[in-house]
Design a protein around this ligand. Sequence first.
Ligand SMILES: Cc1cc2nc3c(=O)[nH]c(=O)nc-3n(C[C@H](O)[C@H](O)[C@H](O)COP(=O)(O)OP(=O)(O)OC[C@H]3O[C@@H](n4cnc5c(N)ncnc54)[C@H](O)[C@@H]3O)c2cc1C
Length: 420
Amino acid sequence: MKAINRNRRQFLKYSGVGLAGLLGLSLKQAGAAAPYKVVVIGGGFAGATAAKYLKMWGGDSVDVTLVEPKSVYYSPILSNLVLNGQSSAKNLAFTYADLQRKYRVTHKAHRALTINSGANKTVLLENNETLAYDRLIVAPGIDFKYVNDYDINKVPHAWQGGEQVELLRSQIEAMNNGDTFVMTVPPTPYRCPPGPYERACVVAHWLNQHRPGAKVVVLDANPDIIVEKESFGSRFTQYGVEYHAGVQVTQVDDASKTVTVSGAPEATYAADVLNVIPAMRAGANALLDNAGLLSGDWAPVSAKTFESTEVAGIHVIGDAQGTGVPKAGHIGNAEAKVCAEAVLNLLHGFPVYASPKINSACYSPVSTSEATWLTATYEYSTVSDSWVAIAPSKAGGAPAVSHYQEMFGWTNNLFSDTFS
Ligand SMILES: Cc1cc2nc3c(=O)[nH]c(=O)nc-3n(C[C@H](O)[C@H](O)[C@H](O)COP(=O)(O)OP(=O)(O)OC[C@H]3O[C@@H](n4cnc5c(N)ncnc54)[C@H](O)[C@@H]3O)c2cc1C
C-alpha cells in the first residue's frame, strides 16, 4: 500500500496532476519510485481516450496498458454513411499507433479473460499474460441480447462498425426495385439513441433514389420515436417509411429473412434485407459479471469517479456503465477524461475534482446532404451521486445542409481527441 505523503511528494516531483499536460510543461521524473500501474480494458471512444489522457496528464508517474484485441478500431459513428455509399469502413478506421508513439501507452492486442480484484489485483489476458494493476478502467462497449440463435452474416446488426456495416451495405446494394428492407429498433437503453432512426432515413433516401418502389419498414420496441421525433418523423413520411411502434422482436429466422414481433397484433415481417439491432447490455458481459461489476445489464458506478459501486479500484466508462447518461461516443470521451483525472488524483492521494461536467452530441445524417443534431450537458450532483441534466437537451431542428457539413468538423475533432 503506498502512503499518501509519499504519493504527494512523488506526484509533485512528477509535475502535479494534470499540470504537465495542461500547462504543456515537460517535467522529468528523476530517481522516482516505481510508477503506478493502470490497465484499461477496451480501446473504443471511452477506453482509448482514458489511456491517452492518463499518460498526457500523469506523465511518468503512471504506466498505462491498453488491452484491446483489435489492432484497428472501426468507428460506429458515421457508419450509416457506409450504407449509402458515402463512406467506407476504411475511412472510419483508427489504430493505436499514436497512443503508443506520442503518449507511450502500451497496447496489448489480446482480449481480457478474467479480472482478479482481490489482494493481487490482476487481469488475465487470452495469451495467458497477467497484468498487475493499481487501478483498472473497464470500457468494453456493448454486447447483444439475441432472442434466438441466427447467423449475423445473414441478418447483420451492423451496430459496432467495420465488417458488419460493409456486409449490410453489400446486401442493400444487391436489393432490387420494389424490395423490402426491414429493420428493428431495440428497447432503451441502447447505443446511440438517434442512430436507428438515422439509419432508416439514410437507407430509405438511398433506396428512393436507386431502387424505385423499394421500401423501409421500421419495427420499434419503444412506444414512439425516442429522440428528434419531428425531424425523423417528417422524413419517414417524405420517404414512405412504414413505422410500427411498441413491437418487440421475439423470433428471427435467417433462412426465410423473417422477423416476428409481439405487440398488437403479433406479426411476422418478411424482408429482402433484414437488419435486426438486438437489445443491448454491457460489453464483455461474462468478464464483468464474473468480476462482480454488473447489476442487471449494466455496471453501476459512482458518477463522480466512475468507480464501480460493487468492486473497489475498478472504474467503468463508456456504453457499459450504468449512470443513465446516453450511450454514445462523444460522452464516452468526456467520461474518460473525468475518470482519468479521478484515477490520477486517487492514486496520488489528492482530492477528486468536485463538480465535473460532461456532454453528449450526436449528429444524424438523414440524406446524402442533410443532417440533424442533438446535445445535452450533465453536471455531477453530490446530493444524488448522479449526473443531472443542466438543461433540457437541445436539438438542431429541421435537417439542414449546414448541419451535415458541421458534422465532419465535429467527428474530426472527436476522432483526433480520442486516437491521435
Ligand atoms: C450508427 C451509429 C451512429 C452513431 N453516432 C454517434 C454520434 O453521432 N455521436 C456519438 O457520440 N455516438 C454515436 N454512436 C455511438 C458510439 O459509437 C458508441 O457509443 C461508442 O462507440 C461507445 O464507446 P465505448 O468505448 O463505450 O465502446 P466501443 O467503441 O464499442 O469500444 C469497446 C472496445 O472494447 C473492446 N473489448 C470488448 N471486450 C473486450 C475484452 N474482453 N478485452 C479487451 N477489449 C475488449 C472492443 O474490441 C472495442 O474495441 C453511434 C453508433 C452507431 C452504431
